[in-house]
Design a protein around this ligand. Sequence first.
Ligand SMILES: [Zn+2]
Length: 169
Amino acid sequence: MEQRLLRCAAGADPGRCISRPARTFAPGGQEMQPAGTFDRNGEPMSGNMSNAMRVQAILEHEQKDVTLEGAKDARMRMLVGPEDGANVFHMRHFEVAPGGHTPHHQHDYEHEIIVLKGKGVASSEQGDRPFRAGDVLWIPPNEKHQLRNESTEPLEVVCLIPAPHACAD
Ligand SMILES: [Zn+2]
């Protein structure tokens, strides 16, 4: 009998939960089989699903190095972006290795960030602002900023930006 995992956080609305076949991941976090959209029975759904609700694990999204000048040991997953047809917000996941950082930059749009794992320091125009898992950061438009991981553990955050900007932090 095929092994299945119930993809549902404790206490979540059961309507948001789907079951699907167990998945395997490479050491780098990449899934060993193509990501897809599955129905509540775990069966792959076919056709153009771009306008349909999607439930996917963070790890199902491809992770790429942040190549913007000034970034160091930072990697990004586009969780919800242009390829999904999202035209108001884009949601990105960032992983910053110990000693790494995002670019020290500014732009005319905001960041809304929630810290999932680890801890770090946000450079701001008011000085350094330490943060940790569970914290929420609001970076207003035009404020120069940078997220640094000065700890010995990976830092993971989710960052929302207004579409269609491509800022990699
Ligand atoms: Zn930024």
